[in-house]
Design a protein around this ligand. Structure first.
Ligand SMILES: O=C(O)CCC(=O)C(=O)O
Ligand SMILES: [Fe+2]
Length: 253
């Protein structure tokens, strides 16, 4: 089976990542601060651990996803059907007035908390929804902070792991590229994955399929950041892409 190859030169130089004032205004009141990665974390400690979470039966279906391990070390997992079409429709309809205690937000946090299982953590940051228009992209970056912030209690916190959930539409382009993960094997589903044609032979690109998600670890167990999970989003060639970051916190003394 042939994979469409993505060349490193396709990967982001001048990305425009939701920096317009207009977009910021739209999302400021929302659940969902559209923060750039460098924005200080206003929300440490607000989003909670499992015991703060209710089960909003009305809007939150039973988890109904399947998983495929993309990389064992660093751990990276592809999730089929992490969010259902109706959950995504609900989220996208309410995007501009969704409250922090909205049952759907609680549902997503609960599902994510269940997924991370035994991984030591301190709850989640506020959800971040991002939108890309044509030609927009996200340059190679880490989700973990190189200088992790100290919170009021004196603890230092960083992003232990990330989920990125594709919320539609399904644009041309817009793949999430992991530059240092091994390429997809020949029997991987080409609808979901393609390979990066890099000099070092590494790299996998994940296509934005609505409802599916990637999960990966950002920190080693000694809390230092793992450079192997550098990633980027390729430019949208046509269409629009919505996605959601669900970022797992970990704090230490
Ligand atoms: O848009 C993507 O595919 C990835 C986005 C991302 O890495 C981020 O928002 O931190
Ligand atoms: Fe990221």
């Amino acid at each position: 089976m042939q994979f469409a190859e993505v060349k490193p030169s396709d990967i982001a130089i001048n990305h425009h990542y939701l920096q317009s004032q207009e977009m910021n205004k739209i999302f400021q009141q929302v659940l969902v601060p559209l923060t750039a990665l460098t924005t200080p974390l206003q929300s440490w400690g607000i989003w909670g651990s499992a015991n703060q979470v209710s089960t909003p039966e009305m809007v939150c279906g039973a988890a109904n996803y399947t998983t495929e391990i993309v990389s064992l070390d660093p751990l990276a997992v592809y999730i089929n059907g992490f969010m259902s079409k109706s959950e995504i429709a609900y989220l996208r309809n309410l995007l501009t007035h969704l409250a922090r205690d909205d049952p759907m937000v609680e549902c997503i946090i609960k599902r994510s908390t269940d997924f991370v299982g035994f991984i030591p953590h301190d709850g989640f940051e506020a959800l971040q929804v991002v939108r890309y228009f044509e030609n927009e992209r996200h340059d190679p970056h880490f989700d973990w902070f190189q200088s992790p912030p100290k919170i009021a209690s004196g603890l230092t916190c960083n992003r232990a792991a990330s989920f990125f959930v594709y919320l539609g539409d399904e644009p041309e382009g817009g793949e999430t590229c992991f530059h240092y993960l091994y390429p997809a094997p020949p029997d991987a589903d080409p609808k979901k994955f393609s390979n990066i044609n890099s000099d070092d032979g590494l790299g996998v690109a994940v296509k934005p399929i609505t409802g599916n998600a990637m999960f990966w670890m950002n920190l080693y167990s000694n809390n230092t950041g793992d450079p192997r999970v550098q990633h980027s989003a390729l430019p949208i060639r046509s269409g629009t892409k919505y996605g959601m970051n669900i970022l797992l916190k970990r704090c230490w003394e």
